[in-house]
Design a protein around this ligand. Structure first.
Ligand SMILES: CC(C)(COP(=O)(O)OP(=O)(O)OC[C@H]1O[C@@H](n2cnc3c(N)ncnc32)[C@H](O)[C@@H]1OP(=O)(O)O)[C@@H](O)C(=O)NCCC(=O)NCCS
Length: 200
């Protein structure tokens, strides 16, 4: 199914957010968003540095176009549906096609964090992964101390599956990571309803 999607350019929307595959026209907004977010996003994602320039932004949009076309990554720019402001990025990567799974990543620019944007964007992208790519499992892998990211995974309804040893390589060393996963049924009902069902 990933092959069939590779030639499309879908728009994901929920009324508040508009997600489209990254394109070259996003590069200037991406550059500005990254530069304002070095302290908060760069703490957890090594590519977000204060020397991030337009060349890196263009390289990212090119990489996203190529990997979308090859069906190896599906990365979206998230924008405010009303203002058009770039809010951040959310996408599926590290596809394991034989087993129909992928990794879900997200980031939100510093000035727009704390308003439910990551959770809403991640929900749209996870639904896309299950419905359009035919995935049966989507992982969220985060550094143990990244409480905001872990909370996003929990609010999505992902199950915490444990601490995976040496699951991530970043800043030139191995890190243990908190492993969460979604299966399609997890998105079938609101996370709050699931919690109530589990505790009854
Ligand atoms: C993680 C990130 C994407 C969250 O974006 P966001 O739009 O602010 O997320 P949401 O508003 O949907 O949810 C964030 C939740 O984390 C909570 N949170 C934020 N900081 C927290 C902290 N230090 N400790 C505990 N919870 C925290 C918020 O209160 C909120 O939960 P709530 O709705 O129950 O109150 C954003 O902080 C970010 O870009 N971080 C850097 C990049 C990153 O870590 N990406 C994930 C890599 S795995």
């Amino acid at each position: 199914m990933a092959d069939a999607v590779a030639n499309t350019s879908p728009t994901l929307a929920d009324g508040r957010l508009l997600l489209r595959p990254w394109c070259d026209a996003d590069a200037a907004d991406l550059h500005a968003a990254v530069r304002e977010s070095v302290a908060s996003v760069g703490r957890w994602l090594p590519w977000c540095r204060d020397d991030y320039g337009m060349a890196q932004a263009m390289a990212w949009t090119t990489h996203c176009r190529e990997t979308w076309q090859s069906g190896t990554q599906f990365a979206f720019a998230a924008r405010d549906a009303s203002s058009g402001d770039l809010l951040g990025g959310c996408g599926l990567n590290q596809l394991n096609l034989p087993h129909r799974s992928a990794n879900l990543g997200y980031w939100v620019r510093a000035s727009r964090q704390g308003h439910g944007i990551a959770t809403a964007a991640a929900r749209l992208v996870a639904r896309f992964g299950f419905a359009e790519l035919g995935l049966i499992r989507i992982e969220i892998v985060t550094l143990p101390g990244n409480h905001a990211s872990r909370r996003v995974a929990e609010k999505l309804g992902a199950a915490f599956e444990g601490m995976a040893r040496h699951r991530l390589w970043a800043w030139d060393r191995a890190h243990d990571a908190a492993l969460y996963a979604l299966i399609p049924a997890d998105l079938a009902q609101p996370a709050a309803a699931q919690k109530a069902a589990m505790s009854s």
